[in-house]
Ligand binder design. Structure first.
Ligand code: ATP
Ligand code: MG
Length: 524
């Protein structure tokens, strides 16, 4: 089947579908619409951005009557998603003339009560506010024949499960229940069977967990270099609209502030904002009046904004499912998208679990380091100029001499080039190390060894044991990357290694060491 004409749906609904620009059903729509029309309970799984909303929305608006309702309830994990889904259902039912209402927290409840009283056919809501209405008896349930959990795995997970259970318990038991998500882990699927009646599972992922329209790469960086790395990425990439994800609300605020200071059009979205701010930011982003939405995982699920060209994980998600949903905000409805993830040494294990979840190994994108070095050299030079230095006659004479001989523009260019080259000559000018938690009594060190350093793990091992006076076999694992390396040693010898690195450096040559900033633990 490759045509909406082939479904048993009324012309009112068909007309709306065509007006929305949908000419052929997507695979999940092709497979799910028939069974839903037939009344089957269903678990529907398909990649991000492949039209799951219309897959349940089309048969739903077909089945809901114009009699006083409500006849259907859809639950979503965030307010933004409730609004978005209600808008899509309103569009689908435009010619049928149904009323769809979004009910969510952070908005005066009276407006919603008034709207519910006036008559609503389909309710889309977040669990907290829906429960509130049920408790106040402002939302009647006796005519509800369909319940849908969008982002079902999230809804049946820790944060929501209790609310969902109490809502479902109050709905008529003779009802059709539908669960949709891009990810449905096995334990959640098992749990889902408690709420469904003899469900059919429809899965269209042809082996890929993430949408194949999204190009995924990662960048190696350090905690303290993340912002510079991000700015370099933004400068290098051609970003139409970008969503930047951070782990915490604070992180989102700080990053937004920093980006704004640099002149980027960015706004923050997280749960500490009042609803009017949240709606305003979403509106600015949807209408391209800002270029970057900096968000917590609040924006990870379901959000559909046209022309999002890039998703950037400023903080890597610790949970592989979150990664799948976050990057799914781009590459939607057949469009291309790019997903970039910043990875620090301590993030490597999260990257590995993501890779095994999505059955893909991501490629590391090298940063354009020469330009980064150039920028740094220019900054170094500016700093030097800002310092009042005593005039040294010999330097002054040489400078006048050179200026007489060469054009000043060319002279500065040559000096800069020399400065950048010297940064990369042989031994790096700066070593940097810090400790992050190792495992099983091991302490992990990481070293920023700069670029272009020829450091074989074996050589590093020899030097380490020589320096710290510890046997080679005491060193756990050594990983050497382009720009940094890390290794683990038993807790008891860690202080010796620390001292040895501080006082000596790996090959004893002109090495400057700095302890890394302590890593603060973050909470959301
Ligand atoms: N048949 C279709 N033809 C063209 N575009 C479609 C079709 N169905 C849906 N779309 C569009 O595809 C986009 C993604 O749809 P939707 O938001 O329903 O995806 P989803 O599968 O729910 O993704 P997620 O897992 O991220 O929630 C929307 O902009 C929607 O309008
Ligand atoms: Mg969706």
């Amino acid at each position: 089947m490759s045509n909406f004409e082939d479904f048993k749906i009324s012309t009112d609904v068909k007309r709306a579908v065509l007006e929305m620009g949908f000419t052929e059903p997507t695979p999940i729509q092709e497979k799910a619409i028939g069974p839903i029309l037939a009344g089957t309970d269903l678990i529907g799984q398909a990649q991000t951005g492949t039209g799951k909303t219309a897959a349940f929305g089309i048969p739903l608006v077909e089945k809901v009557s114009k009699r006083p309702g409500p006849e259907a309830i859809i639950l979503t994990p965030t307010r933004e998603l409730a609004i978005q889904v209600s808008v899509e259902l309103q569009k689908l039912s435009r010619y049928k003339g149904l009323n769809v209402l979004a009910v969510y927290g952070g908005e005066p409840i009276y407006h919603q009560i008034r709207a519910l009283k006036k008559g609503v056919h389909i309710v889309v809501g977040t669990p907290g506010r829906v429960l509130d209405h049920l408790n106040r008896k402002t939302l009647r349930t006796d005519r509800i024949h369909t319940a849908i959990l969008d982002e079902a795995d999230e809804m049946l997970d820790m944060g929501f499960i209790e609310d969902i259970e109490s809502i479902l318990k109050r709905l008529p038991s003779r009802r059709q229940s539908l669960l949709f998500s891009a990810t449905i882990p096995a334990p959640i699927k098992k749990l889902a069977h408690n709420y469904l009646n003899n469900p059919q599972t429809i899965s269209v992922s042809n082996g890929d967990v993430t949408a194949e329209t999204v190009d995924q790469v990662f960048y190696r960086t350090f905690e303290q270099d993340k912002f510079d790395t991000l700015c370099q990425i933004i400068e290098n990439e051609d970003i139409r609209l970008g969503i930047i994800f951070c782990r915490t609300k604070k992180g989102v605020s700080h990053l937004t502030e920093a980006l704004k200071k640099r002149g980027y059009r960015a706004e923050e979205l997280h749960g500490d904002l009042v609803q009017s701010q949240r709606s305003r930011v979403m509106q600015l982003f949807r209408t391209s009046r800002i270029d970057f939405l900096v968000a917590t995982d609040i924006a990870a699920r379901g959000i559909d904004v046209a022309h999002v060209s890039h998703v950037i994980n400023y903080d890597i998600p610790e949970d592989p499912e979150r990664y799948v949903h976050r990057i799914g905000r781009t590459g939607r409805a057949g469009n291309k998208g790019i997903a970039l993830t910043l990875v620090t040494p301590k993030d490597m294990r999260f990257l590995q679990s993501i890779e095994s979840k999505i059955n893909l190994s991501l490629t590391a994108e090298p940063l354009n380091n020469e330009y980064a070095d150039l920028e740094q050299s220019v900054n170094d030079l500016k700093k030097a100029m800002a310092k009042k230095h005593k005039p040294d006659q010999a330097y002054s004479d040489s400078a006048s001499h050179l200026l007489n001989e060469f054009n000043s523009q060319e002279l500065v260019e040559a000096l800069l080039e020399k400065l950048v080259k010297s940064k990369n000559d042989g031994v790096p000018s700066e070593y940097h190390f810090g400790e992050t938690g190792g495992q099983n009594g091991m302490v992990r060190f990481f070293l920023n060894v700069g670029r272009n350093i020829d450091l074989h793990p074996k050589k590093m091992l020899e030097q380490l044991s020589l320096l710290a006076g510890i046997p080679e076999q005491m060193v756990g694992r050594i990983d050497i990357f382009e720009k940094f390396s890390f290794f683990e040693v038993p807790e008891e010898v860690a202080p010796f290694v620390y001292e040895a690195l501080r006082s000596g450096g790996l090959d004893g040559k002109n090495i400057h060491l700095e302890p890394a900033k302590p890593q603060k633990s973050k909470t959301s």
